[in-house]
Design a protein around this ligand. Structure first.
Ligand SMILES: [Zn+2]
Length: 239
């Protein structure tokens, strides 16, 4: 199983590791800071460097409990090779800011609108993100009001931590997972990783986040569109 360095040190940009296996164009390492696509957060990109050769990491995916690094080169570093991994930090840090922004928006909805609906999904990009609301009657004005409240949370300079708690403890925290599949997952795990925005918002999560809300910047509403019978998709950007 690949040791997932990004879970404990979300600011790790470079690391040393050893190649343990290759399959097709996928390289597995004993440890990695490269985030594999999942939970609405896209994969990291970057380089694996060894003996003066630099391999492009074009994609990173989960392969069971391992992490596969897709290398765009005809000759791959062989098992046993020591490599130095370097992340494209601008891309990753943008993902972290957008991911935390989504949790803050979700936290506002959970705090102020939970009697009316919830957020059912989200997707992060390098330059924008979208959130799907199942909030009957939501208008552009309401979406902008939610984003305004999220910006107030950002200005509160809350620290953000990742930590692990037992499944038992996780099941006792109301709203830790806000969808049925999320609650199911919490029941099935031994330990649950949570992202804690200083008590403002607690969510079970496997992604990477900034360490203080101020690093998110400012959220600006971009668009709202209908998605199904009572779902609305809201897109926003950060500055
Ligand atoms: Zn998340």
């Amino acid at each position: 199983m690949t040791a997932k360095l990004y879970l404990n040190d979300m600011y790790l940009r470079e690391f040393d590791a050893k190649v343990v296996a290759i399959e097709g164009d996928l390289v597995s390492l004993d440890r990695t800071a490269f985030y594999p696509t999942g939970g609405g957060q896209p994969n990291d990109t970057g380089f694996l460097v060894t003996d003066g050769i630099s391999y492009d990491v074009a994609d990173v995916i989960k392969v069971g409990n391992d992490v596969g690094h897709r290398i765009s080169s005809s000759n791959l570093p062989q098992p046993g090779t020591k490599v130095h991994g370097i992340l494209d930090w601008n891309r990753r840090f943008a993902h972290m800011r957008y991911h935390t922004a989504i949790h803050i928006i979700d936290g506002v909805v959970n705090r102020d609108y939970s009697d009316r609906g919830l957020i059912t999904g989200s997707q992060i990009y390098e330059d924008r993100a979208r959130v799907d609301f199942d909030l009957p009657g939501i208008t552009r004005e309401m979406a902008e009001e939610i984003i305004g409240k999220a910006n107030e949370v950002i200005s509160s300079n809350y620290d953000i931590y990742a930590r692990e708690i037992s499944s038992e403890e996780a099941q006792r925290i109301p709203g830790l997972a806000r969808t049925a599949p999320g609650r199911e997952l919490i029941r099935s795990l031994d330990m649950v990783r949570i992202i804690d925005i200083s008590g403002f918002d607690l969510q079970a999560d496997g992604g990477t986040h900034v360490s203080n809300t101020r690093e998110v910047g400012k959220i600006t509403f971009r668009s709202i569109q209908s998605k199904g019978a009572h779902n609305k998709r809201v897109e926003f950007v950060l500055s």
